[in-house]
Design a protein around this ligand. Sequence first.
Ligand code: P6P
Length: 330
Amino acid sequence: MRIGMPLTKFLLEEQRLYPKSTGNFTSLFSDLVVAAKIISREVNKAGLINIIGSADYTNVQGEEVQKLDEYANNTLVRTMEHGGHLAGMASEEIDGVIDIPDEYPRGNYLLLFDPLDGSSNIDVNISVGTIFSILRRPDGREKATVGDFLRPGIEQVCAGYIVYGSSTILVYTTGHGVHGFTLDPSVGEFLLSHEDIRIPEKGKIYSINEGNSKYWLPGTQSYIEKVKEDGYKARYVGSLVSDFHRNLLKGGIFLYPADKKSPNGKLRLLYEANPLAFIVEQAGGCASTGDKRILDIEPEELHQRVPLIIGSKADVEEAERCWQQETVAV
Ligand code: P6P
């Protein structure tokens, strides 16, 4: 049992599993951890300094940008751009590809992120999170293009999230299990707290915005009726990372399905659904649109939305059965 091991040591131990490893990924991930610590510091004192409230402009999604969103995005870009490991970045907050400035070396990875998901909850002190996904850059390409990011989730080399809650927890996978690390602010280190996370085969929690029930398609309606009949608990924070993290540890299902109002759902494929799908599958769970495995989707645009049904294997499979039996095309 390696509980309590610092993340830096854990990464080096993981690196030894790959004799040909150059250490570039470990260095890239270490830069990401620095950004996470900086964002955690600001999120945890947001109430004490004037970065609460909107930054008076809207982002590419047409959503009012909270100052912490802006801060988290800028922190990730500034921390990651000079490390020499990336050929480009993509962020929920930025319309196109974030180039690596010419004064910095470029590397063989692509980083995608939602810098502060759930940011509308900041002002009411509900947990928010950062979600990230790492791809390899296509060979022979120095500068990343949008097309380089449009790859199915099965090609991710790493995915993870940081949830800034009662404590700051970083959860990630590189395809060899899922591990969670809790930040100990007194030493400034993430320490291994959840080794080899496995999501229960079946849960007793369902997470969906019931306020959308008038838009639900028959497949969603019948599934939600079933879980209520089976005595499931309703838990919905309205912060994807918080809802996902709870269900990952306790078992359960999160749904943001296609409906009459949002035929493609609300959540983003490349930097929300794909990373969480990689994690949940590595933990023994499933992630689907209702019709298709999330990780198999061929992306068509950087910020495309996708229906997301994710969590315990038996629960997602039951939701898929309801969806496929009863849902007509929107
Ligand atoms: P709704 C937050 O804005 C977010 O992107 C996710 O974190 C969350 O799961 C979802 O939207 C909540 O959306 O429509 O239920 O408020």
